[in-house]
Design a protein. Structure first.
Length: 179
């Protein structure tokens, strides 16, 4: 029996419903929680406040992963290739700072890995990568309705037209990393 090496990663790449659905399919991912981080107002923000764009928070996911199964670097490569890291404060039709591409690192080693991965994948994009790399200060869990959103709402239009194509891309690019 192998001991698990559980670690955390906090990432934002637009709507957290999409990002959550992507990482729930990855081997070594134990848990994915949708939430908010990176804002500048006190207290636990609500979804409605986040959507206003006035709090400075980004929609993010916090991933608990087993580093004996998948590395932080591998998670970041999946992250950087399943969204567009070249669009500032936007993913598809979602616009605003709450939808920015961001890596919130938990320690100096994660910061270093994020910088290396960001540079490495930048050569595959025509436009500059604008993914923010910032220290995690606090993570706020989103409301219950936003957890496991895709699993619970697959028939909803947004899921069909936005999330399902992202999952198809994930499966094409990273099949060997999936559960």
């Amino acid at each position: 029996m192998t001991t698990k090496n559980l670690q955390l990663a906090t990432l934002g790449s637009g709507c957290f419903w999409c990002t959550e659905a992507v990482f729930q399919e990855v081997k070594g991912v134990e848990k994915v929680v949708s939430g908010y981080s990176g804002g500048n107002v006190p207290g636990h923000p609500t979804y409605r406040e986040i959507c206003s764009g006035l709090t400075g928070h980004a929609e993010v996911i916090q991933i608990t992963f087993d580093a004996n199964v998948i590395s932080y670097e591998e998670l970041l490569i999946i992250f950087m290739t399943t969204h567009d890291p070249t669009t500032l404060n936007r993913q598809g039709a979602d616009r605003g700072t709450q939808y920015r591409s961001v890596i919130f690192y938990h320690d100096d080693k994660q910061k270093e890995i994020a910088e290396v991965v960001t540079k490495a994948v930048a050569v595959y994009y025509d436009d500059p990568v604008v993914t923010e790399i910032s220290a995690l200060t606090v993570f706020y869990e989103a409301e219950t309705a936003h957890q496991d959103y895709y699993k619970n709402n697959q028939g909803q239009g947004y899921c069909s037209f936005v999330i399902t194509p992202k999952l198809t891309k994930l499966r094409q690019l990273h099949a060997e990393k999936l559960k």
